[in-house]
Design a protein around this ligand. Sequence first.
Ligand code: 4AZ
Length: 277
Amino acid sequence: MRSRITAALAATAAFAAAVVSTIHPAEAIVGGYQVTDDRFGFMASIQSKGQNGTAGHFCGGSVIAKRWILTAAHCMVDTRPGDIQVAVGRDNIDTDVAQGQTLAVDRIVVHPRYEDTGTHDAALIHVTADITTAPAIALAAPGQDSLEQQGARLTVAGWGTEFFGSPVVPAQLKAVDVRAVADENCVTNGLMGFQAATEVCAEELGGDSCQGDSGGPLFGRLADGRRVQVGIVSYGLGCATPGFPGVYGEVNNPSIHNFITTTAGLGGTTATGGKKR
Ligand code: 4AZ
C-alpha cells in the first residue's frame, strides 16, 4: 500500500526516501532462507492469467479451504477473476510445474470496508476446481492473541521481487522468521498510518516481507504446535527499515475473521455441513 503510507508520511517523505534508498534496496523476503521441502505447502502464488511462474507472479496468498485463497485486498484492486490464476503446491513456481496445480478463478471478494478506509486489507479468491495438492492453513481466531504479543515468533513467506538493478521475481519460495511487535510499540515506532484494530506488526533485524510478498501469510505456531495464520502481508515503510516493522492485515480482527469464515464457509455449522466451498 504505497499510496497510503506515502500519504501518511508526507511530512517526512524526504526522510523516508533517504532511509529507503540508503539502507536497503527494495528486495523481497529480505534476509531469510529458501524453502525447498514443501513445509509451507499452504503458500499460493497469484499470477496474471496465461503467464506462468515468475512471469506472472504478482502477489502471494494462502490456501484456507478447498476452493478459497486468502490474499490482500490491495492485490485485487482493478482485478477481475478472468485476469488471474493461482498456483499452489509448488516451492519453485518455475521448475515445479509438474507438481501442484494452476487454478482458474471465478470470484474475487474484497473485504467490504477496504475500499473506503484502506484498512481491512483482506480479499478472498475462489478457484474453479478443488485444491488437492496443498493443505489449508488454519486462521488465528478472535481473542487468540498470543502470537501477536511482543516478541512472538512468526514467519512470513513469499516470491517477492528481488532487485538486481532491475526487478526479478525469484522462482524459489523464500521465508523469513520475524517477531511480533505489540500494537503500542508499532505506533510509537512512528508508522503513522498504522491501525491497531485491524493490523499487526512484525520485524526482524535485516529481515522483512517486501514488494511482491503482499497478500501472503504471516504465521506462527500455537502452544499445541498447530500452525495458524496471523497476518496478511500489507505494507511497510520500505522493507527491513530499522524502527519500521512490516504491517500485516490482522486475521483475527473480528470483522476480518468474520469476512473470511463467512465468505469461505468455514467454521460454525457450515464447516462440515456439505456446503460447497
Ligand atoms: C509492498 O510494496 C510492500 N515490509 C509489502 C510489504 C512490506 C513493504 C512493502 C512490509 O508491497
